[in-house]
Write a protein that binds this ligand. Structure first.
Ligand code: SF4
Length: 291
């Protein structure tokens, strides 16, 4: 689709105190979607791909908590069942409106992703030192925070960052962006631990395919420079309240499409995603629209 970017002005913008690497990627993909999601924090309904990813990540986390010799496929499927039970009441799952048949397909897909993980590496050889690790660091003058799926030691005792991906392997452009995110994590780990991870890897479970990349001091410098430049671009956009819609492939999956000017929508209406609020005394002349 070839739609000219549209300016969007609003007084709703507030800058967060820190951003995740994935939010930088989101800004590059579409500044308007970034603003609605990361600056305004508008809720997005749970989606099957995201919830499936959450489930598989939880199963692999449980697997890695086992002693190496017990990290078998059989145990991984036990861990998947346990994660399924633990997450059953989570809004990301209760909010999915699926038929019994669709739930069956959902869980069969999750099991397939776990099985395919075993084609990418032998989990008995992994030496994790951190799982679903929350990290926060200042990189290039920007406060970053996020969660690392797995931080481990390789055979030489060097740090490695692993990121599980449950979606399809992206095209070249998006792969670069995904790698940029993991490299940001590498820079954060170096800043926190004083030691640079020697390698980052993305494990695409659906393919299955592993994408590996060695890190370097030059890479970290590049990450810092790009992070600073992106942060400056975000600040400029915020100062002018100019977050433009940038239509592309991701529009098909974008929750905000009904409010997107590129699709004839009005971003101001996206406020309704906040919900109606709570009316305590219905007789009063109050509106139920979120402020
Ligand atoms: S529909 Fe596309 S252009 Fe519009 S906000 Fe979403 S990603 Fe951006």
């Amino acid at each position: 689709m070839d739609v000219a970017p549209l300016p969007y002005a609003s007084s709703m913008t507030g800058m967060p105190s820190g951003l995740s690497p994935s939010s930088f990627s989101a800004f590059k993909d579409c500044p308007l979607a970034f603003k609605l999601s990361y600056l305004l924090g508008l809720p997005q309904p749970p989606s099957v791909p995201a919830s499936k990813g959450t489930l598989v990540h939880a199963a692999l986390e449980r697997l890695m908590l086992r002693e190496p010799e017990h990290r078998t496929l059989e145990h991984a499927l036990v861990d998947l069942a346990a994660a399924r039970e633990a997450l059953a009441d989570h809004p990301d799952f209760t909010g999915l409106e699926l038929t019994d048949e669709q739930w069956q397909a959902f869980h069969a897909d999750a099991a397939t992703l776990v099985e395919r993980y075993f084609q990418l590496e032998d989990p008995a050889t992994v030496r994790p030192i951190g799982l679903e690790l929350f990290v926060r660091a200042e990189i290039g003058g920007v406060r970053l925070r996020g969660i690392i799926d797995r931080l481990e030691l390789d055979a030489d005792g060097e740090l490695v960052i692993t990121d599980y991906k449950t979606g399809a392997v992206p095209g070249e452009r998006y792969e670069q962006q995904r790698m940029a995110g993991v490299h940001m994590y590498a820079a954060m780990v170096e800043s926190l631990l004083g030691k640079r991870p020697v390698r980052v890897q993305l494990l695409y479970l659906s393919a299955p395919e592993a994408i590996n990349m060695a890190t370097s001091a030059q890479m970290v410098t590049g990450v810092m420079r790009k992070t600073s430049a992106l942060w400056a671009a975000i600040q400029r956009a915020a100062a002018n309240d100019d977050f433009r819609a940038s239509p592309g492939k991701l529009c098909d999956y974008c929750t905000f499409q009904p409010y997107c000017p590129a699709f004839g929508g009005d971003p101001e209406q996206a406020r309704e995603l906040l919900g109606p609020g709570t009316v305590i005394a219905p007789g009063l002349p109050l509106t139920t629209t979120a402020p």
